[in-house]
Design a binder for this molecule. Structure first.
Ligand code: AHR
Length: 319
């Protein structure tokens, strides 16, 4: 067969294009393209949670993953029901679970394991046998509490009465942040938590709780608020202002998440510090699903880091 110049060029182009598209296909598969993954999300109690949901949905779309999203509206029962429905339908390759609280997961995780459906835990932890899930992608909540306490101790030279705005009781994010914070202040005899009440990670509840504490406690005896998330801190700041006090001056404010609103609040001089919690856990969670399905061994914890920030400029400089 005789090749014209043109057909030779076409053949060369074909040789270049075919492996390239094959490689592209492989790359997409490595990203999880074509997989169906159930994502059981806690709800939308905070701005951080909403950013996290949006980031997971966007990441799935970019990778060509068919994401089945379920919003549990703060209910563990809803989360368990969603997981059971996915298992019954038999149409998920994996499940990503952001658990509202730590306890009560053994049965449903065992059901998933029995059906060979891998479960990846994201963000908050479960108090269950480690063999029942593949891995957990999360920050270190204890470390976040320690960082907040270390900043406060330094700022007050180890003299401070703290109001703690607790997150959801029984959730790893709240329990571990408390543990880390308490661990560090225990080293300083003049730093103590004088009030601790839950605001469930919700802005309006943070405000209500702080208003009630300010009405029952002499505000001059309160040195700082440690809020388990930025939303409750922002609620508390509103209550502090309504009580005629100056937030971040009369009462110091330190919290966790690093949402955009908290930097606006810092710009206004009303918040002192926040510990970053990255909302970008979808990528590592999807990578874990793909790696597991490819037969790879994974560590039981895939950490996601974050620092403490006292200004927007410092935060932006780290991006
Ligand atoms: O589990 C993480 C916590 O949950 C975030 O800090 C808080 O904002 C959220 O709702």
């Amino acid at each position: 067969m005789r090749f014209t110049k043109l057909s030779l060029v076409l053949l060369i182009l074909l040789a270049l294009v075919v492996p390239a598209s094959y490689a592209q296909e492989n790359e997409n598969e490595d990203q999880g393209a074509g997989l169906t993954i159930g994502f059981s999300q806690i709800g939308s109690e905070s701005a951080w949670r909403t950013s996290f949901t949006e980031a997971v949905i966007a990441e799935a779309a970019e990778r060509g993953i068919n994401l089945l999203f379920s919003d549990a509206q703060q209910s563990q029962e809803n989360q368990i029901a969603a997981i059971r429905a996915w298992l019954a339908q038999g149409d998920v390759d994996a499940i990503i679970l952001a658990p509202v609280i730590e306890s009560g997961w053994d049965s449903v995780l065992q059901e998933a394991a029995d059906m060979g459906v891998p479960v990846i835990i994201v963000d908050r932890n479960v108090n269950a046998d480690e063999s029942l899930y593949v891995t957990r992608v999360s920050s270190d909540f204890v470390h976040e509490g320690r960082l907040a306490a270390a900043w406060l101790v330094q700022e007050t030279s180890g003299n401070c009465n703290v109001v703690e705005l607790y997150g959801t009781v029984g959730s790893a994010a709240a329990e571990d942040r408390h543990t880390g914070f308490a661990e560090v202040i225990a080293l300083f005899s003049n730093v103590q938590i004088i009030q601790s009440q839950t605001g469930n990670f919700v802005r309006t509840e943070g405000k209500q709780v702080m208003a009630s504490i300010l009405s029952s406690t002499d505000p001059s005896t309160i040195c700082a608020v440690f809020a388990h998330n930025d939303d409750m801190a922002i609620g508390a700041i509103e209550a502090i202002k309504e009580a005629g006090l100056v937030p971040a001056v009369d009462i110091l404010v330190v919290s966790v998440d690093a949402i955009p609103d908290i930097f606006d609040s810092m710009d206004a001089g009303e918040t002192n510090a926040t510990v970053e919690l990255s909302p970008f856990m979808g990528g590592p969670a999807f990578d874990a699903v793909v790696a597991y399905l490819n037969g790879e061994e994974l560590p039981k914890w895939i950490p996601v880091g974050g620092g403490l920030y006292t200004s927007r400029a410092d935060y932006d400089a780290d991006r």
